[in-house]
Design a binder for this molecule. Structure first.
Ligand SMILES: [Zn+2]
Length: 220
């Protein structure tokens, strides 16, 4: 319960920061012509935009339609502001962006309300901690993807968070002393996919990814 309040504190600090950014970046304004799904849109100028740091279910998967509708309600036909991270485009040529409408941080809103879960892909990690906090709120409130009667995303059940550094090639448990300079949370599956290896000092090698086969055992 105490952690709960701490999360909210992070959340409000984060939102205070946004208007300053908007004032500095008036050139990145675009109108949304089409909503592809819960994390991808198309602009009037034809550019596709993939939201950074999050992943919404595909349209034909569980909760995918709801996520797309929520995204549509937020952004369709509206002027949005784009903020980029280290990489401006992905390998498909889509813009990678943090999306804002007025003071709403859309990537964060979707995570906070359970329409998307975090997906951290280095080097685009600017708001990773904030998104993780927002996801924690969604989980605590059993929202959307985290609703108790819904099937939980398998990935999240079985794929623990580990920590990496900006320069190292090892992954660590949260309390490892090698995390003093930088501490970036990512899923173990992502760490392995990026060829990080387990730190032998903190016991990170004890973490495993379990492919949960049973779905809703306690569905009512
Ligand atoms: Zn370690």
């Amino acid at each position: 319960m105490k952690n709960h309040h701490k999360n909210y504190a992070h959340f409000f600090l984060f939102f205070l920061f946004i208007p300053a950014f908007l004032a500095l970046a008036p050139d990145n304004v675009n109108r949304v012509a089409r909503v592809i799904d819960g994390d991808t849109i198309e602009l009037e100028n034809g550019e596709r935009v993939r939201y950074i740091g999050i992943n919404a279910p595909e349209i034909d998967h569980l909760f995918g339609k709801e996520a797309a509708e929520a995204n549509s309600t937020l952004v369709y036909g509206k002027e949005i502001y784009l903020q980029y991270d280290d990489q401006e485009r992905d390998k498909y040529g889509r813009l990678l962006a943090y999306v804002y409408i007025d003071s709403i941080f859309i990537n964060g809103w979707l995570v906070e309300h359970g329409y998307a879960q975090i997906l951290s892909i280095p080097p685009n990690l600017k708001y990773q901690d904030n998104l993780l906090n927002l996801q924690q709120i969604a989980k605590e409130q059993n929202r959307g993807l985290w609703a108790k009667t819904d099937k939980k995303p398998k990935e999240e059940i079985s794929d623990p968070i580990v920590y990496v550094t900006k320069t190292g090639k090892k992954y660590h448990l949260a309390n490892c002393r090698y995390l003093k300079k930088s501490k970036i949370p990512i899923h173990l599956s992502e760490a392995l996919a990026r060829d990080y290896t387990a730190c032998s000092m903190c016991g990170a090698s004890s973490l495993k990814i379990k492919k949960a086969k049973s779905e809703t055992q306690n569905a009512e």
